[in-house]
Design a binder for this molecule. Sequence first.
Ligand SMILES: NC(=O)c1ccc[n+]([C@@H]2O[C@H](COP(=O)([O-])OP(=O)(O)OC[C@H]3O[C@@H](n4cnc5c(N)ncnc54)[C@H](O)[C@@H]3O)[C@@H](O)[C@H]2O)c1
Length: 445
Amino acid sequence: MICSMDKKFKPIRIGIIGAGYVGLTTGVCFSDIGHQVLCADSDSSKLERLRQGESPFFEPGLEELLRKNVASGRLRFISDNTELVANSDVIFICVNTPPKSDGRADLRYVEQVAKEIAFALPDEYRLIVDKSTVPVHTAEKVTETIRRYRPDAKSFDVVSNPEFLREGSAIEDTMRPDRIVVGASSDRARQLMREVYQPILNQTKAELCEVSIRSAELIKHGANTLLATKISFANLIADACENVGANASEVLHGIGIDRRIGEAFLKPGIGFGGSCFPKDIAAFRHTLQTVGVSPALVTAVEEINDTAYRRFLQRIERVLWVLDGKRICVLGLSFKANTDDLRNAPSLRIIRALLKEGAVVSAYDPKARAKAQHAVPEVKYADNPYAAAEGSEAIVVCTEWDEFTQLDLPRLRKLVLMPIIFDGRNVINRASAEAAGFTYYGVGH
Ligand SMILES: NC(=O)c1ccc[n+]([C@@H]2O[C@H](COP(=O)([O-])OP(=O)(O)OC[C@H]3O[C@@H](n4cnc5c(N)ncnc54)[C@H](O)[C@@H]3O)[C@@H](O)[C@H]2O)c1
């Protein structure tokens, strides 16, 4: 636990605009380390739930910390950005930056917030922190916007402080990050950012990277593109392994044990999804094009990712032949484990393709059921993997939930009509599946 017992610790009045995955986690963690936090969101139903101590999404440990800090009085939720700017010394912009149809980041929410901050700026200094993931030059645009709408604005700085948390381990990632990147152009801004993060910097091994604003913005897009590149590289190797009869797990382990490379993210599967990787690398591709750098590498990463789920579907179709009327059980819906986030989840693409071919789909996910019922109501949802698999002619695993590594495979075997597993995340042990009587298809084997 990070505590603020340090005598030199000075609580700061922090305002967070946008109480989504990033804003809410940041607000909850900042209040927990001792700061006084106001969190605003334009979604009133979300605010209502938050005031009751209820998280609008599933994230391990978040709700407990939310309740604790609301009860302590250090964390409050408000609807008015003007009130937030008046009462916060440091203002974090954490709004969504969705993709446009050509891949560019849609910055309308960032601009909207910049305008609202401009109109609300008091005479006293304010530090405005861009935490949303944005293309290079955005902080300069935010500064320009504030100056344009408030030519008389007295004293403020805009800094870039990109966020690297992962859904599913957001609290841990925020409290114990590998690095805190701060792109600033004034000593005052840098000093204030050090004070904001002081308890975390003092009590963890987090490295403070103080860089220029443009560098900070590029670090975030660069980091996500490299991680996505590792995943697509793993899928490239998996394709090669399937075609030549080698084993991708063996090959990627052999590659990844080299300390210069590392095994993290070198896992083949049905591709990356979520709210970040697809949109961030598309935005980075667009930035590269705009600044005259070839985006060929990024384009290849995107193409391989798109192929990953299609290849998986083709394999299902090759093995099952006619999909019309086939009963298929999908295990795992969220785009990755430990979250209920379905944004760009490969499971949804797979389910929609199966439904289009006439398959009858049942599904189970430990956390994403409510959101999935809304997204694909045609599916029959079950309370556990065994109920979902009953009478099915194939099981398709789409998310690497830990629970699926512990399945009682002999029990599952008795429930299904046909013992076939397509494991899109390589989470089920092949030998155990085969011992239980299943025909097992992993990715890259
Ligand atoms: N989700 C992640 O894992 C993650 C990780 C790192 C960075 N990011 C980046 O952080 C940013 C936020 O992502 P998120 O997943 O938290 O998004 P989100 O959609 O979960 O939350 C954004 C919130 O901002 C609110 N909002 C929009 N306009 C507003 C306004 N004018 N005033 C007040 N509130 C407003 C929305 O209502 C929403 O609740 C994005 O740029 C994203 O790319 C996300």
